[in-house]
Design a protein around this ligand. Sequence first.
Ligand SMILES: [Zn+2]
Length: 129
Amino acid sequence: MDLTSPDSSLEYADEELAAFLDHRPAGRHHLLVVTRRHIRSVTHLSGSADDTSLIRRMEALARRLLSERGADMSDVRLGFHWKLVTVGHLHLHAISPTHEMSWLQKLEFSSWILASVGETIKMLETKNS
Ligand SMILES: [Zn+2]
């Protein structure tokens, strides 16, 4: 993901969050939800209520935008890439439908590599305990 790339197509923006179409989509709908302020990765957040509610707002926005695009909401994959690699700016992937993904896309966005929202919040909360 390159936020500065001119071909990044901005789908949504408010004071806090922005959403782009992934330029290498893994599904008919593939959005990236990012924070406007620079955060390197979810691993750079804490388990504070502010940070976990930020994750929840990113999730809510991702689901809302997918549904507005007519995505099948029963076949959605959401998650953060923090387990293996981080691309220098926190981003949430929102992909639908997942059943049309190639084996390579399934691998790239598998639960081994892509952490779910729940898993991410759990990881943050463990940091604080
Ligand atoms: Zn990613």
